[in-house]
Design a protein around this ligand. Sequence first.
Ligand SMILES: [Fe+2]
Ligand SMILES: [Fe+2]
Length: 559
Amino acid sequence: MAKRRIPKLSGGAGERSAPGRISRRTFVTGVGLSGILRAAGGQSGPRSADGTPEQIHITWGEDPASSVCLSWASAAQALNPRVRVTQSSASRTVHAVQRTYTDGLNGQTVFTYHASLTGLKADAEFHYSVTADNDRNRAQPFAASFRTAPRGRKPFRWTSYGDLATPNTAWTLSSPQSAFAVKAVEGFQPLFHLLNGDLCYANLNPAAQPSVWADFGNNVQASASRRPWMPCPGNHEIEFGNGAQGFSSYLTRYTLPSNGTPFPGLWYRFQVGSVLFISLSADDVIYQDSGAFVAGPAALQPAPSTGNAPIPPGTSLYVHGYSQGAQTRWLESTLQAASGDPNVDWIIVQMHQDALSSAKNGNGSDKGIREAWLPLFDRYGVDLVLCGHDHDYERSWPVRGCNHNVGRDALSGAPVDTLQPKPVITSNPANGVFDTSRGTIHFILGGGGTNAPLDVYGVNPDSGAPQAKVITKPNRPIPAKTPGTFTKLGADAVEDAVWSARRDTDTGYGIAVFDLDPGSPGAKTSITISYYHALGADRAATPDYELFETVVLAKGRRA
Ligand SMILES: [Fe+2]
Ligand SMILES: [Fe+2]
């Protein structure tokens, strides 16, 4: 087994203290920001609230070959926030746009800045520095470099995982593994990284959501300031008090390609070479209720400064159907255009939740995605679906269509139509190369860096074959045993996971590396997928990622 050791972290993630930790009570009572937020980029200095850039990250603009957005936050309002960008010997200054939100639970106002860099040369390296007039490091501001995407059919690499959390173990679900995971991305030097939702679990730390986001942003900065990190929203981005769907924090912090709908930032597309990437917000279509939730017995009490009322036990922010079909209509028109585009060889979908997951202790598969989107993936030939949500690694066989009425109710055993995805093959192809023009392969890549691995998988007790839990209806809060408290039930159905090809039972943590070979005219194009897992990380955080498996896809070029 090939072994690739990721370089050790400078500063040691495991040793990272929890800087500026304050009690949750302090946050709830809405004490001022001074002294709370972190220094950026590992630079030391007084913790005064000023315009010093932190949480610096890059996303692709509308065209990755010519545009990126540089985004950051600061503890207080930045004066004259700006980016100096240099390519070869030519420099220019781009002023940033401010976007703020005030957290609906602790009343903290978050200042973010976004500088769109357009008209860039393709496949070129750019140096930049980011500063403001009240940047305490303005004599030597934060500086880094990034690369634009190539134009046309060129080889490139991307990486992916979801469910990252922060290295600050003061926060629920955080783990030092999340710092090693960021270093792992840098170890592979991809053109960009796909972050498949559940970014930091701020909503599990309701009194301190902005601080959790800050720890997340400062952790990922080590990579996201050097290459685009393209996210999709997960259920843990849904926060009480922060917008109709709870995504205000996520949407304020990220500038993402437009989608032309009333829901900017929640779904988008971008193309690199001959690969179309489509990022979706699956909370819109899933049945599972997994956003912000108050279990009780106490109500969730927002800070008085917010003016928001207490949130009673049993309340959950359930956003199923929030776009009223707008997202699915956009998806269909985007796929339809791509399927007839001679410049698109591959279609890769990113979303957080899972249509095909057989995790035993996790969430399982959601019928909502199977109903809303799998028929579109079939019709327009989506090659790969990259997810998170269950904190493990699972790969499906290529699937097309579904079998009906082969699931069972989890309690009664009565037949349930789970829309069981139908594999087009159930053994490895003779030449070892998968043809995704025959079926879509789903990957669960939920092993970023939480403290909750889920690498135990379902087994049919009668046959010993893989079995999946399937959520086929909403699991809204119901009264629990303890009076005044509430709970949500798990998946309501099971099915044989006839579509499951590989499950990593060694560890719940890893990173997927995708290498595109565009091929030559008239020949095949291929994607080599290498999944590296962090052995031992279920017990203790580790910087070591080893190769678990390699999967090769190939298909004819369109043009
Ligand atoms: Fe997660
Ligand atoms: Fe999730």
